[in-house]
Write a protein that binds this ligand. Sequence first.
Ligand code: OSB
Ligand code: MG
Length: 369
Amino acid sequence: MQVVRARMHRVRQALVHEFRTSSHQKSYLEHLLIELHDADGAVGWGEIASPSGPFYCAETTDSCWLVAKDFILPSLIGKDWDHPVEAAALWSKIRGNEFAKAGVDVAVWALWTTATGVPLATALGGTRTEVVAGVSLGIEPTIDDLLQQVRLQTAAGYPRVKLKIAPGWDVDLVKAVRAEFGDLDLHVDANGSYTESENHLSALTTLDDFGLTMIEQPFAPRNLMAHARMQQRIGTPICLDESVETLDDLHTAIELSACRILNIKVSRMGGLTPARAAHDLARDHDIPVWCGGMHEFGIGRAANVAISALPGFSLPSDVSASAKYYQRDIIVPEVVADRGVVTVPTGHGLGHRIDEELIAELTLDSVEL
Ligand code: OSB
Ligand code: MG
């Protein structure tokens, strides 16, 4: 198989509800869509879901645009390959830039599964026909606003809620949510905003008393030692997100006992090929995994649903319905959840039609290679 032509589109969509984390705030997103064509006319789409600024990780929308255009796509175009794993080897010399690689990797998998007529989840080794979705709720102006969001999403049937926390926005709100939702599957995500200062350690150890399913990424991404020390002090499992960009990071985290749960993001880890390898490694070490999200539009979301069908994804994933994020999604049908359950598509490729008309309306800039 050979990619003979590639296009990249910068596409903007407004979020239905503004999202704030410890590091940034957003009301709309700009993602890069990758469109790959082979010589026989087959097409595969992928999505680079990088945040616009370098606050979640080092990448930005603009850095992804540059690296995809000047390095990743040129490494792929005109080369022969028989399987997506072989295609990914073509750009393996490029360091970092995992979000940019992920969009191209998803497009390659979509192209290959479209051309061969196989559903993406099946090609990846997925065994589930349905995946369970949770919701991720951002920092709100007040605890009452947050409670309102929890009521809305649990009423929609989502069985798991994750709350963004930051120093000063932690114990009180978890206490309030627990008081109203006593047995809800609840977890918190700090996006690396805590240090090992006395105040911060005291807040984190207090959170150990609320029956949380996990505490996600309390400390800075490279500070695996702090995670290992905290995991020794508390019973609540620590889950890593930002710390694990590569398989080597995961090997180190396992060696250090820095986590008991892993959030696998296709976007953060450079695509479906490395995400699947992380799933396999975690399973060998009895570490349960779930699929995290970056507010992907429909294309990235479809890839997240497909990887969530693998057997090790035993915890609810951040693959909420399109409607939780966007007024109208760029795939048809959009992703729907029935009481928090998403059906894995059985059609070939991503299993959704790409709404190119809508994409054209939302596109700010395009480039062709
Ligand atoms: O840490 O999981 C995160 C969104 C932007 C940046 C970081 C994170 C998130 C989410 C959103 O939690 C999860 C989703 O896509 O629903
Ligand atoms: Mg996270």
